[in-house]
Structure formats: C-alpha cells, structure tokens
Ligand binder design. Structure first.
Ligand code: NAD
Length: 481
C-alpha cells in the first residue's frame, strides 16, 4: 500500500487529525494506497512555510532559481520509469503514454522555465534624457497552484515551474483523483535538497484543501486548471481578496474538415484528437464537423480507425486506450452516451463498456465512440463529456462551419483541415477560441500563449505569459536634475 503524505516546509507529514482518502487504480478498481484528507490547518502550515521561504527564494537571482529547476528536472528524468508507472496506475492512462508524453513533458516544463527566466527582459522608456521609466517585475509572494487529474504531473508542473522560476513560493494541490506523481515530485525535491518551504504540496479534496488555498488572504494568486464550474467558484472566492487568477477550464472543441483537405491525414489526426488519453484532454476534438461532399468518405475512415484502436490494460504496450480515470467519471461518460441515444444520435461505433480480462476485469474501460445524427444545439454537442466520445456533424459552407464551431459556451481550441492557405487564415481568425491548429492537433511550443476564451477560461499560460502572470509589474520613474 502506498502512503502519500503532504510535503510542507521540506518535511513529509499526514493530515493533522490523521484522516486519509483512498488511492484507487482505475484499471483494476483496487485500493492501492492512501493520501491525506487535508483542510485548513494543513493549508495554513503550508502557507506559513512558503512565507518563511519567500524572502530568500525571491531575493535570490534567476541563476540560482534556474539551477534548482534544472536539478529538479534532472531528478524527475532520472526516475522517469517510476514516475511513468505511478502516473499510469493513478490515472489509468497507457504506460506508453505516461512514458513518452506526460513525464517527459513535466521534465520539459521545468527545463523550459529554468531557461526562460534567464532570458526574461523588462522594458525601459526614455522620455527625455533626464527622465527614465523602467519596469520591475517582482514576484507575488505565496501563490496557489491547483491542477486536475487528466494530465497530473504535466499540468501541475506547467504551473509550479513558472511560479518558482519567477521567484514565488508555492502551495500546490494536485487533484485528489491522481495525487501520486505530485508526491513523487515532493520526494524528488527532498532527495536533491530543494530549498525547504519553496514548494509545498498539500493533498486533499477541492472543497476542503483547494478552497482553503483559494480563500487565504496571504495567497496572492491562483493558477487553476480544471472544470468550468469549479473555475467560476474559484473566481468568485478569489475576488473577495482581489487575487490574480489564471483559469484554464473546459472545452468542447471542433475539428473542422473541409473537402479540400488531405482526407487521410485529417482522419488519422482527428481520431487522435478525439480519443487520446481516453478523450480526457481539455484539447480533445469532440465535435467533428465535416463538409457534406466528403462526409461519407471521412465517416468510414473514422469508423475504421476507431475500431482499430485497442482498449486494454494500461501496462500492455499494445494498448491505445486505457481506463477511464474513476468510477464516478466512467458513470458520467456512460450517462452521456445514453443521453446521446435519447437525443436521437446513432452510435456508429463504441457506445459501451469494454471488459478487459485478467487483472483489469473490474476496471473502468469504454470503447471509443462515434455518434452521428445529432443537431449542433443538443446537449451532447454542447456539454463537455471529457471521455472517448465524439460526434460527426455535416456542414455545407465555410460560414456554416464557423457558426457551428463557435456555437457553444466554450472556446478553448480548434483544428482546421484544409489545403487552402487563404481559408486557413480566414477561418482561424473567425474562430472563437484561444488556440487554432491548422492541419495538425496538439502540436505544442511552450513559448506560445495557451488558454481559452468564453467559458474555457481567463488568462494565458505558456512562456512569457506565465512569467508575467506570476509577477507584478512596477514602474519606476527616475528624473535626474
Ligand atoms: P475539477 O474542477 O473537478 O478539479 C480540478 C482541481 O480543482 C482539483 O485539484 C480539485 O480538487 C480542485 N477543486 C475542486 N473544487 C475546488 C474548490 N471549490 N476550490 C479549490 N479547488 C477546487 O476538474 P477535474 O475533474 O479534475 O478536471 C477535468 C476538467 O479540467 C475538465 O473540465 C477539463 O476540460 C479541464 N481541463 C482544462 C485544461 C485547460 O488547460 N483548459 C486542461 C486540463 C483539464
């Protein structure tokens, strides 16, 4: 049994009253460990430790902080296999994905911001020879980083790394559904002697531990990734103390395939966009809009490719789709499949649980599911399902495609498939979303702005955007006589 502990002030500890929650492997439905059910007291202790550590960490130069982040990246990389095993058993994702995507990206996040902080610049404005304005970018102090379960270490480190690089001390709370790799991160910190109190990790539920971080007056900013409903609560609570907030929320992203696209490439990537990580990526393309003239062609390619995917034991190297992250989420996705049928959708493939034999016989597995025949405005095409479920919707004209693509409350990302460069620019500009990929999906450059519009969020992460979020700009105006 794994015993996860909080990491506060450089020390490992349990919840003050000893209460714990269960760690469950979704591929087997077995309890594999426990973690602290933290609340106000543990959060207070973590904030106190972060405050104590701040004076030194903030005042130390970027080279010092950069060197520590590189050391931490190296430590994760040195234990990549252990991290990958933990991420896979905690979340149900294929081990091959944790090995090649999740953990390498966490390493890259620390390295990227370790490098970025060395190259950060600020502005100077020379009014006349005697007047100089310049911008100081100072760390905020103690900041909160709250992350979801779908890409556990990948998204946790995406927040923690820029917060630390820019001189803040962090109280982090990973998702209670997948706390294991954040615990391994804490162990890596302890192993390399990372300065105590600079990074504190508190485990527990959102309404208890998470809410205590958000409400605390000494926490100057909250970087949050998770559901839109939670994001709204956080924005409301954070407004009481006028904290800065960065909110990366849900999506209902369109993949738009025009008749002039490379149809084979479009179909291959569309399947990846719909079903990677069991469809549990905020960027997944869950609404597939297809120009009517190529609808049947694309539809049959998508069905063939979805049926060729293997759902199975996350440990098995031939597995494409592992387990759904939890029983609660599995039930939610199944419920959405039922709603889709009630709304008149025809299931083209999937639409049901998958039984995996052996050690995974009790696990939470779902078949990749494609549905057609639903109007763009029905709940299946409006609500974020966050599972291996995508709908096919025909369109006639570019205008109609844009209207449908923009016709939800979300606006995170979109993929556009066309060989027409003019159309690519035109459609990209007209889409209400924070990210547009043309002839690709989820091609990431860590320098680019990352975030959504409408109910997909507020603010941008990535590169300088994250470093700006975690600092306060101060203008200094000097007049010489
Ligand atoms: P969630 O909102 O339930 O939980 C996210 C985190 O918030 C968890 O750590 C949780 O404990 C915490 N939390 C919950 N209630 C809280 C509260 N009242 N105060 C403070 N913290 C609280 O989301 P989830 O189910 O873990 O993740 C899935 C969602 O995340 C999906 O909607 C998905 O689209 C979204 N997501 C968005 C992005 C993005 O970059 N936009 C990336 C990944 C996931």
């Amino acid at each position: 049994m794994i015993r996860i502990q909080n990491y506060i002030g450089g020390r490992f500890c349990d919840a003050v009253d000893g209460s714990t929650l269960h760690l469950i492997d979704p591929a087997t439905a077995e309890i594999v460990g426990t973690f602290p059910d933290s609340a106000q007291k543990e959060v207070e202790a973590a904030i106190g430790s972060a405050e104590d550590a701040c004076a030194h960490w903030s005042a130390s130069g970027p080279e010092y902080r950069s060197a520590w982040l590189y050391k931490l990246a190296n430590a994760i990389e040195a234990s990549l296999e252990a991290f990958a095993q933990a991420e896979s058993s905690d979340s149900g994702k294929p081990l091959s994905v944790a090995r090649t995507v999740d953990i390498p990206r966490a390493v890259a996040n620390f390295r990227f911001f370790a490098g970025a902080i060395l190259h950060d610049q600020s502005e100077a404005y020379v009014d006349r020879p005697s007047v100089l304005n310049y911008t100081l970018r100072q760390p905020l102090g103690v900041v909160g980083c709250i992350s979801p379960w779908n890409l556990p270490l990948y998204l946790f480190s995406w927040k923690v790394a820029p917060a630390l690089a820019s001189g803040n001390c962090v109280v982090g709370k990973p998702s209670e559904v997948t706390p294991l790799t954040a615990f391994l991160l804490a162990k890596a910190c302890a192993d390399i002697g990372f300065p105590a109190g600079v990074l504190n990790i508190v485990h527990g539920t959102g309404p208890k531990a998470g809410a205590a971080i958000v409400a605390h007056p000494k926490v100057k900013a909250i970087s949050f990734t998770g559901g839109t409903a939670t994001g709204k609560i956080i924005a409301q609570v954070a407004s009481e103390s006028l904290k800065k907030v960065s909110l990366e929320l849900g999506g209902k992203n369109p993949t738009i395939i025009f008749e002039d696209a490379d149809l084979e490439a479009a179909a291959t990537e569309t399947i990846k966009a719909a079903f990677s990580n069991q469809g549990q990526i905020c960027l997944c393309g869950s609404r597939i809009l297809i120009q009517a003239s190529v609808y049947d062609q694309i539809k049959s390619k998508l069905i063939d490719k979805a049926r060729a995917l293997t759902v199975g034991d996350p440990q098995d190297s031939s597995t494409d789709l592992g387990a759904i992250v939890s029983k609660a989420h599995f039930d939610k996705v199944l419920h959405h499949m039922e709603i889709a049928e009630k709304e008149g959708g025809q299931i083209l493939t999937g639409g049901k649980k998958v039984s995996v034999s052996g050690r995974c016989k009790n696990g939470y597995f779902l078949a990749p599911t494609l549905i057609e025949g639903l109007p763009p405005t029905c709940s299946t095409n409006q609500d974020e399902i966050f599972g291996p479920v995508a709908t096919l919707i025909p369109f006639e004209t570019e205008k109609e495609a844009i209207e449908m693509a923009n016709g939800t409350r979300y606006g995170l990302s979109a993929s556009v498939w066309t060989k027409d460069l003019n159309r690519a620019h035109r459609v990209s500009s007209a889409l209400s979303s924070g990210i547009v990929w043309v002839n690709c999906w989820m091609h990431r450059d860590l320098r680019t702005p990352f975030g959504g519009v409408k109910e997909s969020g507020v603010g941008r992460e990535g590169g300088l955007y994250a470093l700006r979020f975690f600092t306060e700009a101060k203008n200094v105006c000097i007049k010489t006589s």
